[in-house]
Design a protein. Structure first.
Length: 491
C-alpha cells in the first residue's frame, strides 16, 4: 500500500485486509471485522478488519524477527527514515486531516493542527536518534574502567486513544523506532483509519517490514492480554482512562514490563486578580476548546478571582456562545461532534448534576438539527464544590466556573484531586505565577498560555494521571536500557 491509498482508506474495505503485520496487509485471522462510524452523521464509514489473539501473536513474531536487524541499523539510517516520514506527513497533510475529520469528527482546522503536531514527533525523534550516547571512564577508586551503554529495550506494544488518532500514534512510534525498537500498535476502534495511514506513510518512507505492526480491533482485551502475556514484550505504553490504566498495570506487572502511562486529567485553570483578562479568555478558549474539549489536558475546572470574575465570565461566555458547531468540514465550524452518543450522555449527566446542585448556565452555543453526536459549548457558573463536573473529567465543551479570593485556598482546591496531568495559571506577576505553578501538583503547567503540548518537551502527569514522560529528550529514554560493563584496563 502506498500513500495514494490514504484517499481510499475511508471509502471501501481493502481487498487484502487492514491488519498490518510484517509489512503485509492482511485480513483478521478469523475473518472478523468491526464498523467505523462518522460521528457527525452516525453513518457507517466502512468495516475494518478486527484483529484477534492469533493476529496479536503473529505481530509479536514479526516484531521479534525484525528486532535484531533494526537494533543493528545505524542511528543515522533510522533518523533518515523518520525524517522522510516527517516530510511525507507534511506533504499529505490535507488528506490525513480529512481522514481524521471523517472518523474522529473534530473540526478541520483542529485536524490540520493535529497532523502538523503529529509530524513533528517524527522530526524531533529523527534528531534524537543520533544523540543516543554511551560513556567510558575511570572508576573513582582506580584499577578498572566503567563502560555505560544504552541499547533498545526490545519489542514495544502501544495502545492509543481516539481523540488524537495521528499524534498519539506518532508520539509513541517515533521514539521507539528512533531508539531501535520494533512496534506493535492497537489504535482505538473508533479511529483505526488514521493509524493505518501512518503505517502506509512509514512504509513509503522506507521502514522495513515487521518494525511497525498495526492491529485495528474491537477486541482490545484479547489482543492486549496476548501481548502482555508474552515475555518478548519489554515495553508497554498506554494513553487512556485511569481506570483502564490500572487494569493494564496489573497485567504488565506479571512479566515486569516497563510501562509508560498517560492517564486521565482534571486540569485547573486559575485566573488571578492581576491577570490580563482578554489574554486569559483567549487562553481559556485554547485550553478548553481544542479538539472540542475531548483532550486530556483540557481545562476542566476554572477558578477565577472574585475581582475579575464578572469581566472574565462575560467575555468568556460571549466567546463560547459564538462557537459554531457542526460537521468538521463545514465552513466556519470550530466545534465538531463528540466521538459517540455515550460521550454526549456523560457530558449531559455532569451538566444536569451541576444544575441540580445550584449551578446555572451563563452562556451556551447552539447545535445543528439532525443526526450526529453534538453538544453545545457551555459555561456554568455558581458551581458548588461537590458537583461531579469539578471532580470528573468532562471531555467535552463545558466550562464550570467558580471564584476564589485567597491564593492558598485556590491551591488547595486545585490540588484536591487524584489527577495531576496539566494546569494553567494567568497572572501578570511572574513571581506569583511561578509560585503557583511550583505548588500545583501537575506534571505540566501553562503560564499565561493555553496550549502547552510540544514534541520537544516532556509530556506526562503525576499522581493517578500516569507514569513516565513522552516527548522531549525524556521521550526516548523510555525505550532504552542502560548496561554497565566493568573493564580491567589494560587487558
Amino acid at each position: 500500500m502506498n500513500l495514494v491509498g490514504i484517499d481510499t482508506l475511508a471509502k471501501a474495505p481493502r481487498a487484502d485486509g487492514d491488519v498490518f503485520i510484517g509489512g503485509r496487509w492482511l485480513p483478521a485471522a478469523d475473518g472478523r471485522t468491526c464498523p467505523v462510524y462518522d460521528p457527525a452523521t452516525g453513518d457507517l464509514i466502512r468495516e475494518v478488519s478486527a484483529a484477534g489473539p492469533d493476529d496479536a501473536r503473529a505481530a509479536v513474531e514479526a516484531a521479534a524477527a525484525a528486532a535484531a536487524g533494526w537494533r543493528a541499523t545505524p542511528p543515522r539510517r533510522r533518523s533518515e527514515i523518520l525524517h522522510d516520514a516527517f516530510r511525507l506527513m507534511r506533504e499529505h497533510s490535507d488528506q490525513l486531516a480529512v481522514l481524521i475529520v471523517r472518523e474522529n469528527g473534530k473540526a478541520y482546522r483542529d485536524a490540520v493542527a493535529e497532523v502538523g503536531y503529529a509530524a513533528e514527533f517524527f522530526r524531533w525523534f529523527a534528531e534524537e536518534a543520533v544523540r543516543i550516547g554511551s560513556s567510558f571512564g575511570d572508576a573513582p577508586g582506580g584499577g578498572f574502567r566503567h563502560i555505560v551503554r544504552r541499547h533498545p529495550v526490545g519489542v514495544t506494544a502501544f495502545v492509543t486513544p481516539w481523540n488524537f488518532p495521528a499524534a498519539m500514534a506518532t508520539r509513541k512510534i517515533a521514539p521507539a523506532l528512533a531508539a531501535g525498537c520494533p512496534v506493535l500498535l492497537k489504535p482505538a476502534p473508533e479511529t483505526p483509519l488514521t493509524a493505518l495511514a501512518v503505517a502506509a506513510l512509514l512504509t513509503e518512507a522506507g521502514l522495513p517490514g515487521g518494525l511497525l505492526n498495526v492491529l485495528p480491533t474491537d477486541r482490545a482485551p484479547e489482543v492486549v492480554s496476548t501481548w502482555l502475556g508474552d515475555e518478548r514484550i519489554r515495553k508497554f505504553s498506554f494513553t487512556g482512562s485511569t481506570g483502564t490504566g490500572k487494569l493494564l498495570l496489573a497485567q504488565a506487572a506479571a512479566n515486569v514490563v516497563n510501562v509508560t502511562m498517560e492517564l486521565g486529567g482534571n486540569a485547573p485553570f486559575v485566573v488571578c486578580a492581576d491577570a490580563d483578562v482578554d489574554a486569559a479568555v483567549q487562553g481559556a478558549m485554547d485550553a478548553k476548546m481544542r479538539g472540542g474539549g475531548e483532550v486530556c489536558v483540557a481545562a476542566n475546572r476554572f477558578y477565577v478571582h472574585a475581582d475579575v470574575a464578572a469581566e472574565f465570565t462575560a467575555k468568556f461566555g460571549a466567546a463560547m456562545a459564538a462557537v459554531r458547531t457542526g460537521g468538521g468540514m463545514e465552513e466556519g465550524v470550530t466545534l465538531g461532534p463528540m466521538i459517540n452518543r455515550a460521550a454526549v450522555q456523560k457530558i449531559r449527566s455532569l451538566v444536569d448534576d451541576a444544575l441540580a446542585r445550584g449551578a446555572r448556565i451563563a452562556a451556551q452555543g447552539t447545535v445543528p438539527d439532525g443526526p450526529g453526536h453534538f453538544h453545545p459549548a457551555m459555561v456554568l457558573t455558581d458551581v458548588p464544590d461537590d458537583a461531579r463536573v469539578l471532580h470528573e473529567e468532562v471531555f467535552g465543551p463545558v466550562a464550570p466556573l467558580t471564584t476564589f479570593t485567597d491564593e492558598d485556598e485556590v491551591l488547595a482546591r486545585a490540588n484536591a484531586t487524584v489527577h495531576g496531568l496539566a494546569s494553567y495559571v494567568y497572572s501578570r506577576d511572574v513571581a506569583r505565577a511561578l509560585r503557583l505553578a511550583e505548588r500545583l501538583e501537575t506534571g505540566m503547567v501553562g503560564l499565561n498560555r493555553g496550549l502547552l503540548s510540544d514534541p520537544a518537551a516532556p509530556f506526562g502527569g503525576v499522581k493517578q494521571s500516569g507514569l513516565g514522560r513522552e516527548g522531549g529528550r525524556e521521550g526516548i529514554e523510555a525505550f532504552l536500557e542502560t548496561q554497565y560493563i566493568a573493564l580491567d584496563w589494560p587487558l
